[in-house]
Every structure is written in C-alpha cells, then in structure tokens.
Write a protein that binds this ligand. Structure first.
Ligand SMILES: Cc1cc2nc3c(=O)[nH]c(=O)nc-3n(C[C@H](O)[C@H](O)[C@H](O)COP(=O)(O)OP(=O)(O)OC[C@H]3O[C@@H](n4cnc5c(N)ncnc54)[C@H](O)[C@@H]3O)c2cc1C
Length: 573
C-alpha cells in the first residue's frame, strides 16, 4: 500500500534562525498591504509581492516559527483587546467591527477529521487558510477515536469476494437511523467512500491495518453493517488519520492555532457571514476569561467543524432528559456545545439535537471510552452478551448501537459479555490486555466461577452457552439473527473473558443543518452565505443512530466537500 505522508522533521538551530529571518521577511511584505493572509499564500497567486519570496523560506518560517507567526497576525495599529471586549462584542445584537484586526480567505474552526480535511482541500484549491482550535492541542475527538472507516467497494472487499453496494450501505444506515437520516446525505458518503479511502492512502499517506493472510486492508465486522466493510487504521487510533493530515497542512505552512476559540460570527446586511471574533487563551472554554480577542474578516467563508457536545451535560440533558450527569461519556474533555451555540446565535438551523448516541460497549469500571471498549466491541461479533439476572441473551450482539444501548438501559443494570480464548481476534488483543490489567475484563476458568461471581443462575447460563454454540456450529443464529463471522467458533475452551457493559454518551447525530454542498442552512431554511459546516457539528447524515465507522467517513467526505466549496465561493471585496 502506498503510504507517502511526510512528517515534519526536527529543526536544527541554524534552520530555525533561517526560518525566523524568512518569517520576518514575509511579515514585512504582508504588512505593506495591511492585510494578513496566512497559509498557502504561494498558491493563491493574489499578492504579487509575496511571490518574490522563496516558497522554501516561507515554508520553513511557517513550519518552524509557527508560534511566533500565529502570535503576530494583527494588522498594524490594532492593539489586543481584553476579555471585557468579548463580552461587549458578543452581547452586541448587530453591527460589524469598524476595522478588522485580521483577514483571511477561509477560516476553519476545529481540527478533527472534518476541519483538517476542509483546510486541506481549501488550501489545495488555492485559498489562504487558517485553522483554529479552542483546545491546547489539536485533533479533537478524532485523534482519540478508533479511526475505523466504512468503505463500500474497497479493494479489500473485492479481494475477499465480498459483494457490497451503495444500496446496501444506504439500507443499513437508514435502518439504524430509523429513517431520520437524509437519504441523499447517506448516499453521498457511500458513493464517495472508496475514493475518499484511496485519497487518505495516496494523497495523505494514512496507513491502514493489513490482514496478514490476504495481504489486503483488514476488514472487520461492525454492528448494523450487514457485510464486512469496515477498516481500522494501522495505528488503531484516529491519530493515524489526523497526524498525516496535520503534517500535510504543515507542508503548506498551515499550523493549527490552538487555544483559539470561536466567539462570534459576524453577518453583513445581506445575511452573509463576513467575519468572526476569536478569543485567545480562555480558561475552561469560558469566553469571559479570554486573554485577548480579535476580529477576523473571512473573505470567502468560515467552515464550522466543531464536533459534538457529548460532555455538555446541561445542553445534552436539555435535549434528552435521560442523559443527565449519571450517564458517562466517551468524549474528550471540552466536547461541549460552545461552537454550536455560536452558530445557532448566528441563525443556523439546529436539527435533531436530541438524537444523542450512547455507545453500548463501554465498561462501568473505566472512565470515558477506556481501554477495553475496542475489545468489547470487537468481541461482540463472536461472543454472547447476557443479562446476568437471567443468564440469557437479550439482543443481537451485532445490532446497531441504539438498539443495543436501549436494550441494556431496559435491563436497568450492566450487561455481561462472555467471550473466550476460542474467539479472541488478534487485532483487538492490546485492548483485551489493557482491560485485563485494569479490571474491566476479568478472566475465568469455568462457567461455574462466572455464575458465582456475578450471581447468575448457573443452569440457565450453561443452557444459554450450549444453545449459542449450537447456533455458531450451524452458522445460523436462530435466537437473535446475528450474522456470524466466518472465523466464529463455538465457545469450548477457557479462559473466558468477562466484561460488564454500560452505555455512555458517544456521538451527537444532530447539529446544524447543511445542504449537500455543506452550506449551513438558516432558520429561513435558506443557505447562509459564507458559512459551511461538516462532521459531528452537523445533523442529517446519521438520523437516530450512527453506525460504527460511518463517523470517520462522514467527517472526511463532508470535510473535503466543505473545503472545496468554500474555496469556490465569491470573495468579498
Ligand atoms: C472514543 C471514540 C471513538 C470513536 N471511534 C470511531 C470509529 O472508530 N469510527 C467512526 O466512524 N467514528 C468513531 N468515533 C466518532 C468519530 O470519531 C467522531 O464523530 C469524529 O472524530 C468527529 O470529528 P469532527 O472533526 O467532527 O470533530 P472533532 O474531532 O471532535 O473536532 C472538533 C474540534 O473543534 C474544536 N472546537 C469546538 N468548538 C470550538 C470553538 N468554539 N472554537 C474553536 N474550536 C472549537 C474542538 O476543540 C475539537 O478539536 C469515535 C468517537 C469517540 C469519542
């Protein structure tokens, strides 16, 4: 597989000196126009003076003196403003700044999959691009996710003789989403899945896990997908996608500006988004604590890629009262609704905000996503999950997340997965070891010991394991209709691996409404000019339930579209 993403190398002090000198040369030229264009200025071809600076010097400057560069973006004569100014500006009901502090063609807000893909495509199309993120480090939830992606018609599927189709993907996604998804959006990501996957490989340099036996990308089963179409990254983490994307942007002189939070969107009299207010150095994402604020004119547009709000207990429980503080969450700290609120304040139409997914594969023993969830989810393809009160299965373990989580909530207590050595997928072993290490997964030698530990009726448990094994041997799940993997084996040998399962808030299917070109739709149901959005910040792709692996796909496909479209929009004068 081609995997050509280059990484930024370490700078020697001489190189750093060159870079800083080059940076100041660039800055001098930029200040002549009193307009600051950050990133990709050599592709834009719009400022002839800039073209006289060697691209190599500029890239060194941007890459190696990034912090200095990011901190020097004010127009001459504009002093930094204080936190009080944020309050004043955000409280104002109308009116544009008399003078912008800075200007850029495209501002991308958020540096997860969607934001990085948008920034990459907008820069590739020739726009000057900045990308900001409120956190101290970039990557969003994406960098901490598993990074698995659903692909229809992949080379791996063809090599394995698996028949798949856009229709099958759409049907699976609509079934899980209870038909609340917009079919055109589902179809779009399905149709673009293989070309997007190939783009990650050939253009970005992402490395996907390989199957030693077939020599192709590794295919894994995922709940709700009726065929094997999901592929994990080699790194077993979304960082295997965000890092190569970030490195690609760095090659173009674009660095993620961290600790920089979107505070407000400015619209002109025609309703077009023409700029933003950003707040730097906020404590706990509280705008009133900003060390400095700036206004930035966005001459082509803003891309919102601010992710979900799973950890925002007040916001999420206002949408779904069941999801109060007693329900855990898999998201990274800071996953709150502040970006979404800015968009709603600017008149974006919020849709399906109460469609909040709980992830059934998490352990009550661990915080957040934990280390064992990857194992538990993978093992669901092989192992029975029982209600400890009865010793019986109660759900198809490969159903979608909504049905699975709802079924566990219905029990009123955690469910119990009983896996065993006969069915331990090698690729998830690291997660199994981590779970065994922290007690989220417990090893047993006999079913008797399991029944005794968890107070399960022993005879019912034994009868359940016997009937499950009979289903596996027959290749048909007569109990719940689970589709067994080809390598599924009956559970015959210890050790058994037992894990409690308790759903946690995982994904926000709702967000701002967009059209198929990622233009944000306003409360008048018309596109808001100058405003685009992609990824978990948007609604409409997943309906009532996102299928596993459809999130990565959604973010990359729509992030790219948002970047391409904003770069095509008419620039402001
Ligand atoms: C633990 C975990 C595992 C997962 N595994 C998978 C998987 O294997 N496959 C799959 O398909 N999906 C998976 N998902 C879901 C998927 O990874 C996410 O939906 C996806 O990462 C969202 O990407 P995004 O770019 O929309 O947002 P994010 O990656 O969350 O990025 C949003 C960024 O915006 C920034 N931001 C927010 N508000 C502001 C603001 N006001 N100003 C400036 N910046 C702001 C945030 O700091 C953040 O960095 C997983 C999710 C989690 C939590």
């Amino acid at each position: 597989m081609a995997a050509g993403g280059k990484r930024a190398g370490n700078a020697s002090s001489t190189l750093l000196g060159d870079a800083i000198r080059a940076f100041w040369r660039v800055r001098r030229v930029v200040c002549i126009d009193k307009v600051l264009v950050i990133g990709n200025i050599f592709n834009s071809g719009r400022t002839s003076a800039m073209a006289t600076i060697a691209r190599r010097d500029f890239l060194k400057a941007a890459g190696l003196a990034g912090a200095a560069f990011a901190g020097s973006t004010m127009l001459a004569g504009c002093a930094p403003k204080s936190a009080e100014t944020v309050q004043a500006a955000t409280a104002a009901s109308s009116g544009l700044p008399e003078m912008w502090d800075e200007e850029v063609e495209v501002l991308v807000v958020g540096s997860g999959y969607a934001g990085l893909a948008a920034a990459y495509e907008a820069a590739k199309a020739g726009s000057g691009v900045r990308i900001i993120d409120k956190r101290a480090s970039g990557g969003g939830n994406s960098a901490f996710a598993d990074g698995q992606i659903a692909v229809v018609g992949s080379a791996a599927q063809k090599a394995a003789g698996i028949e798949d189709s856009v229709e099958a993907f759409v049907s699976d996604s609509l079934t899980a989403g209870l038909n609340l998804n917009y079919e055109s959006k589902v179809r779009l990501i399905a149709e673009k899945s293989n070309e997007t996957f190939e783009w990650t490989v050939n253009e970005i340099g992402v490395e996907w896990a390989q199957d030693a036996e077939t020599g192709s990308d590794r295919l894994i089963a995922q709940g709700g997908h009726t065929v094997m179409r999901c592929i994990p990254p080699q790194a077993n983490s979304g960082s295997g996608i965000t890092e190569p994307l970030t490195a690609k942007l760095a090659e173009q002189g674009i660095q993620v500006e961290t600790d920089t939070q979107l505070a407000r969107l400015f619209k002109d009299d025609a309703g077009r988004v023409v700029g933003v207010q950003i707040a730097l150095g906020c404590r706990d994402y509280d705008l009133s604590t900003a060390k400095e604020t700036k206004t930035v004119k966005t001459s082509r547009g803003v891309v919102l890629a601010t992710g979900g709000f799973g950890l925002d207990v007040a916001f999420r429980s206002a949408q779904d009262p069941r999801l109060d503080e007693t329900v855990g969450c898999t998201n990274r700290e800071g996953s709150n609704a502040d970006g979404l609120r800015v968009a709603l304040d600017a008149g974006a139409f919020g849709m399906q905000l109460d469609q909040i997914q709980c992830y059934p594969y998490t352990s009550p023993v661990e915080n957040s996503f934990g280390s064992s969830a990857t194992w538990i989810e993978a093992e669901c393809a092989y192992a029975p999950v029982i209600d400890p009160a009865t010793g019986k299965r109660f759900v198809n373990e490969l159903t979608d997340r909504k049905r699975f989580s709802d079924a566990i909530f219905e029990l009123g207590h955690p469910a119990l997965q009983i896996g065993c050595i006969d069915n331990a997928p090698e690729w998830a072993r690291e997660s199994l070891e981590a779970g065994l290490g922290n007690g989220a997964v417990v090893e047993f030698d006999t079913l008797d010991a399991i029944a005794s530990e968890y107070d399960i009726p022993l005879e019912a448990l034994k009868a359940q394991i016997d009937s499950y094994n009979a289903c596996v041997e027959a290749g048909i799940d007569t109990e719940f209709g689970k589709l067994f993997n080809d390598d599924s084996a009956p559970m015959k040998n210890a050790p058994y691996y037992v894990a409690k399962m308790q759903p946690k808030v995982h994904h926000c299917m709702g967000g701002v409404k967009t059209d198929d070109n990622c233009r944000v739709i306003g409360n008048d149901l018309q596109p808001i000019s100058g405003l685009y959005a992609a990824g978990e910040a948007t609604g409409g792709v997943h309906g009532a339930c996102r299928l596993g692996c459809n999130g990565t796909l959604d973010c990359l496909v729509n992030g790219r579209i948002a970047g391409q479209q904003v770069a095509l929009s008419d620039p402001l004068a």
